[in-house]
Design a protein around this ligand. Structure first.
Ligand code: ATP
Length: 449
């Protein structure tokens, strides 16, 4: 496997400078591992989410959409196993008050013994015994802050789908096999967040739960594995940066019958990491909710006259982490022939790029700005464009290259006479002369992939 360079620091700076991603509450010194999406970031994230929604929900007869609430009955998280099981063992230092994962390789010695040394302050014997630390954020519902009013911010969207399984099935009259998909926020009080937006405490998930008859689950598991890998390749992620990772016996959650991650090579020391999980969860979730709620969550198959608790095949992908993969995948620095200054390019799939075209007058005279403005205004209702008349044309091209804009339309000396413009391709740098009336079609065709 090629060892790809670490471009994370460069991306963090580019994202801030150009309005992709900002640190949350930056003017107050920032909030740990929480990020805000700026004007370009929000477009890219929306494009990614819409692509997933179109692919997973709208283009499939047997998948329905759902948008369940973040706050749920606290018993949900007892049934799901999150109250007792969603924990990491942690150790605290009595001296510097810092907290570490118990398996942190920087800890020397066994925590809880006099020899153990705190990796932060260096004191010996100050690290306590490992204690279980739950990753769910807790808050209170209503005016009284007591144990009866504890409520959690959901750590995944899937449970909102399970508790609505019958609502969706009965209201849509779907027959098994069918799926329910949703996109929404999830919160995890991660102990070791970091790597920019790779692991954050507030993030989004795009999850689909596919309900199947027991016995057909592995077939569907294979189907979804292939479908999801195809989707990631379609985003434009390089094929040799993508791989499957199969969960071994020790990694497999106790309820999972099989699990594969789609991994992407982020380069540097991060290397291949999960961007999506595909899980065969058996009947664990629906059975647990039956047990804890006392309500039957069975499906009645009229054809075979059978009643059963369906098995679930889940596909769970994070738009934030996938967005990071797209940025890493697309970032390149290259020399330009005949020019001293090189260029930085975000080689995003044109279908996902936040701005589809820059529109420029070559110079600010001879009616060029007016003509360029009119072209930009006419195109804007159809896709995002950016009008720019400041600075040398080369710099304007570079500014669009750096944010991933696939096309630049330039009004030049020939434009008025021939009612045509040049359209420059971000990747090949080739310029085509296109009739003004055909520019929209020309770009539409190339951004529909
Ligand atoms: P990890 O092992 O990296 O913590 P996970 O296996 O717990 O992830 P899942 O619960 O399967 O993750 O969630 C599905 C997807 O949600 C992940 O593949 C990832 O894209 C995204 N995701 C999970 N946790 C985070 C996080 N803290 N920050 C950003 N994205 C996340």
């Amino acid at each position: 496997m090629p060892n790809r360079p670490d471009v994370m620091d460069k991306l963090v700076s580019l994202c801030k400078r150009r309005g992709y991603i900002f640190q949350s509450s930056e003017i107050y010194g920032g909030t740990g591992s929480v990020w805000d999406y700026g004007p370009l970031g929000v477009e890219l994230k929306r494009n990614l989410q819409e692509r997933w929604w179109n692919e997973m929900v709208r283009s499939r007869e047997n998948v329905e959409g759902l948008d369940s609430a973040i706050l749920m009955h606290p018993r949900v998280w007892e049934a799901s196993g999150h109250v007792s099981g969603f924990v990491d063992p942690m150790v605290d230092c009595r001296n510097c008050k810092k907290r570490f994962r118990a398996d942190d390789p920087k800890i020397k010695g066994v925590p809880g013994t006099p020899d153990a040394q705190c990796p932060a302050c260096g004191m010996k014997g100050t690290l306590g015994e490992p204690r279980q630390f739950n990753l769910m954020f807790k808050t209170f519902m209503g005016p009284v802050e007591d144990s009866a009013s504890i409520i959690y911010l959901r750590p995944e969207t899937a449970q909102g789908t399970y508790v609505n399984f019958l609502n969706v099935q009965q209201s849509t009259r779907q027959k098994i096999p069918f799926g329910i998909a949703q996109i929404g926020k999830a919160f995890r009080n991660e102990i070791t967040p970091g790597n920019f937006i790779f692991r954050t405490r507030e993030f989004e998930q795009m999850e689909m739960q596919f309900f199947v008859e027991p016995g057909t689950d592995m077939e569907w598991f294979e189907y979804w594995k292939a479908e999801r890998m195809r989707w990631h390749k379609g985003l434009g992620l390089a094929e040799d940066r993508l791989q499957f990772h199969q969960h071994g016996e020790t990694e497999l959650a106790h309820y999972a019958r099989a699990a594969f991650d789609v991994q992407f090579d982020f380069g540097g020391s991060l290397g291949f990491q999960e961007i999506e999980g595909i899980h065969n969860r058996g009947d664990f979730d629906l059975s647990q909710h039956q047990k804890f709620s006392g309500k039957k969550l069975e499906y009645f198959d009229q054809g075979s006259n059978k009643r059963f608790v369906p098995f679930v095949v889940e596909t769970a992908v994070g738009p934030n982490r996938t967005l990071l993969a797209l940025l890493v995948n697309g970032y390149r620095e290259e020399a330009v022939e005949g020019e001293e200054e090189g260029r930085v390019v975000l080689g995003l799939n044109p279908a996902l790029a936040p701005i589809k075209a820059g529109v420029f007058p070559l110079v600010k005279k001879d009616g060029m700005p007016e003509m360029a403005r009119k072209i930009a205004d006419d195109l804007r209702p159809h896709f995002p464009v950016f009008y720019d008349d400041s600075g040398a044309i080369g710099r304007r091209y570079r500014r669009q290259d750096e944010v991933g804009t696939p096309f630049c339309i330039t009004v030049d000396g020939e434009s008025a006479g021939g009612n045509s413009v040049t359209v420059r391709d971000r990747d090949t740098l080739k310029q085509d002369r296109v009739a003004v009336g055909s520019v929209r079609d020309y770009i539409d065709q190339r951004i529909s992939g």
